[in-house]
Write a protein that binds this ligand. Structure first.
Ligand code: KG4
Ligand code: ZN
Length: 338
């Protein structure tokens, strides 16, 4: 049995978790900084870093306490070393190095994107979750505030990157359009809510198909929304907000769903896994299910967004494969999945 303590500080959540055998969640603590960044309409890196410094010790203590474990019962530590914000990653990596070498525990470096993927192997109790009952090959769509990646997973820790965003991440597009609609930050949840009352055909917005590629682009869509809003000046009547939210969401979701389904067919995937904050979106889940002819799995909200349990899940695979980080482990802000 492996009891992994994992630490995640790549963006704006300070998170720690204890997970058994990469599967059973003994604790999963997340200190969110959403309120801190809300007034800036996005993550403010210096503030994020300082908030991680304040939160890291209590968050780790809370993770051990709720797992009813002492340091002596932890077998290894996993930490996110990239991709992410440099000042944020540094806090988690330095804490993890100090704890691991101070206590003589092995340390495993984890790619944040691999964490989002291995969240699907956790026992989350989610109704739409696979919980590891999966056969390769798989298609994984990672859509968050920082990432939009379409990945072919051929086996354990074996990935081919099929495509990704050429400009904004999907979540970033939701956040920017929410701001244009005066909906606040983060923008995904209020857009999804407003869209339920709106007409998705009210505005004709572009879909960037980019030929047959598996890449994505959302900047043209964002500009089109801005242009369509111009006649309204600063006015945002509820009908306009609902119709624009619905039209925008439909454009994003259609491209994500169509390309994920096409990739699943092309590579003979047995299922599609949806990861990242944007995968909380019900319209996205529905659209991928309608477009695909294989099962589509999605996670409970707390496991779509950043958390440390998913880092433990990925870290346990790396640990079992014999990977160990050295004392000189550095952050890798621009790290790619492959
Ligand atoms: O995975 P995450 O918590 O952080 C990153 O690693 O970036 O994702 C946050 C992103 C934000 O951009 C947020 O607007 C988006 O996920 N998001 C959603 C929804 N809930 C969160 N986007 C669309 N629909 C949602 N329901
Ligand atoms: Zn993330």
């Amino acid at each position: 049995m492996i009891r992994m303590l994992a630490i995640e500080t790549s963006c704006d959540e300070t998170a720690a978790a204890v997970v058994e055998d990469g599967r059973r969640i003994l604790s999963n603590v997340v200190a969110s900084q959403v309120e801190l960044h809300a007034r800036y309409g996005g993550v403010f890196p210096e503030l994020a870093s300082r908030a991680h410094i304040e939160a890291i010790v209590p968050v780790v203590q809370e993770a051990l306490r709720t797992a009813h474990l002492g340091w002596g019962e932890i077998d290894a530590i996993a930490v996110t070393y990239g991709p992410g914000l440099p000042g944020s990653l540094l806090v988690g990596v330095n804490f993890a190095k100090g704890a691991a070498f101070g206590r003589g525990l092995p340390l495993v470096a984890v790619n944040h994107l691999e964490g989002h993927i291995y969240a699907h192997w956790l026992e989350t109790g989610g109704e739409e979750a696979a919980e590891g009952r999966l056969d390769f090959p798989l298609i994984v769509l990672v859509v968050s505030g920082g990432h939009t990646e379409l990945v072919l997973m051929r086996g354990e820790m074996d990935y081919v990157r099929l495509g990704g965003t050429l400009d904004d991440a999907a979540g970033e597009a939701f956040d920017k359009v929410a701001r244009m609609l005066h909906l606040g930050y983060p923008g995904g949840p209020p857009i999804e809510k407003a869209a339920r009352q709106g007409n998705p055909h009210a505005f004709e917005l572009p879909r960037a198909w980019l030929g047959n590629s598996y890449d994505f682009s959302f900047s043209g869509l964002k500009t089109a929304v801005l242009r369509a809003l111009r006649p309204y000046g600063d006015h945002r009547p509820p009908r306009l907000v609902a119709d624009m939210a619905a039209s925008f969401q439909a454009a994003v979701v259609e491209v994500l769903a169509t390309k994920s389904a096409r990739a699943a067919k092309a590579y003979g995937a047995t299922a599609i896994l949806l990861s990242g904050g944007v995968s909380a979106n019900r319209a996205l889940r529905r659209a991928v299910r309608e477009a695909a002819s294989v099962p589509v799995y999605a996670l409970p909200l707390a496991f779509c967004t950043d958390n440390a349990a998913m880092i433990a899940a990925a870290g346990t695979r790396r640990y079992r494969a014999g990977e160990r980080a050295s004392r000189t482990l550095d952050i890798a802000p621009g790290l790619q999945l492959v």
